[in-house]
Design a protein around this ligand. Structure first.
Ligand code: HEM
Ligand code: HEM
Length: 290
């Protein structure tokens, strides 16, 4: 993810400026200003009994909110436009995050706190889902990349998987001198071990049921009573299984992180589409029925 900007100069330490603090929080300030002005306008507006979507202040807040939503939805297009525009992608993302959060204030004031079981409230609810998922995205982008590189060291996912296959090959070879029951157990563990953690299950529970762990425990139990000519082979196999177990842990964690980094976008983007449709229905219906 191209989120961290790098400014490098010969005698300065490397400075990182993430998208959140882009241009000294310019967009955070714009967003706060927008929210404060809206709150003042809402309470200062001379509307009886209280401002809602159908009053002049309601129309202003609704129009600004709708324009913001359309603009925020365009981030996907901007991301895919290869040509660098007048604004950097980092600037766009920064504005996106803060103005998106300000939208929560603007749109809520627009509704005049009137909610019901209707398409207007549906649009509002979808907007809240998009914004909340956005917060998760920002959190994941802030914490996951560094955890990911701590977890896998310098290795890529392909290298992690290749290292696991290499251990499997060593296991097959080192298990050969063992009794048939053990050889079967090892082969079974190689065939049946699942690497990918389930979407809604913990890595720990996958580990508890893992055939590699089972084989490892069995070998550890077998070692003290093993005949002398077997002991070395058992020790070898146990050591490889231990390395495989540790590597499995890292690989599963890596896949889990990657999934989290993508998963929230699978909510954020489709719900944006639903929001645009519901919003269009809201605007069209208030003009027809109001
Ligand atoms: C061009 C933009 C918009 C226009 C012209 C507009 C217009 C209106 C009007 C006229 C009302 C009053 C309806 C009534 O009192 O029965 C209203 C209410 C409402 N609007 Fe909007 N709106 C716009 C944008 C938005 C946006 C962006 C949202 C949120 C995503 C939104 C959510 C709502 C909700 C929840 C209500 C309250 C509905 C109720 O009373 O049950 N509107 N809007
Ligand atoms: C109603 C408001 C919002 C709409 C309609 C919206 C829409 C979108 C869209 C369409 C994308 C492009 C995703 C893609 O194609 O990869 C996106 C990305 C993103 N949004 Fe939002 N968003 C909204 C609010 C927010 C908020 C409030 C936050 C954070 C607090 C946020 C954080 C993000 C982030 C971090 C990205 C990813 C940028 C990237 O991967 O480069 N969004 N949003």
């Amino acid at each position: 993810m191209a989120f961290k900007g790098h400014m490098r100069s010969a005698d300065l330490p490397i400075q990182h400026e993430g998208f959140l603090e882009h241009k000294r929080f310019r967009w955070a300030n714009v967003a706060i200003l927008l929210a404060v002005v809206s709150i003042i306008a809402y309470f200062a507006a001379d509307v009886e009994p209280r401002p809602n979507g159908g009053t002049w202040i309601g129309y202003v807040l609704g129009t600004v909110s709708a324009l913001l939503i359309v603009w925020l939805s365009m981030l996907g297009l901007r991301k895919r436009a290869v040509k660098p525009g007048r604004w950097s992608l980092k600037g766009w993302t920064s504005a996106h995050v803060y103005l998106g959060a300000a939208l929560l204030v603007l749109a809520t004031l627009h509704t005049g706190f009137q909610f019901g079981l209707n398409v207007h409230t549906l649009a509002y609810a979808l907007m809240v889902v998009v914004i909340v998922s956005g917060f998760f995205g920002v959190y994941y982008y802030a914490v996951i990349p560094s955890r990911m590189s701590d977890n896998r060291g310098q290795r890529s996912q392909a290298e992690l998987l290749e290292a696991l296959h290499a251990l499997d090959r060593q296991l097959r070879e080192s298990a050969q001198p063992l009794d048939q029951v053990y050889v079967r157990e090892i082969k079974r563990s190689i065939r049946r071990t699942k690497i990918r953690p389930p979407l809604f299950g913990s890595i720990a529970s996958l580990k508890r049921r893992c055939p590699t762990e089972r084989a490892l425990k069995r070998m550890q139990k077998a070692e003290p009573n093993a005949p002398d000519d077997m002991r070395d082979a058992i020790k070898d196999v146990t050591a490889i299984l231990q390395r495989k177990s540790a590597l499995l842990q890292r690989t599963r964690q890596h896949i889990r992180y990657k999934t989290l980094l993508r998963l929230w976008l699978h909510i954020h983007v489709p719900v944006t589409l639903a929001l645009l449709i519901a919003l269009a229905a809201h605007i069209i219906s208030v003009f027809f029925y109001w």
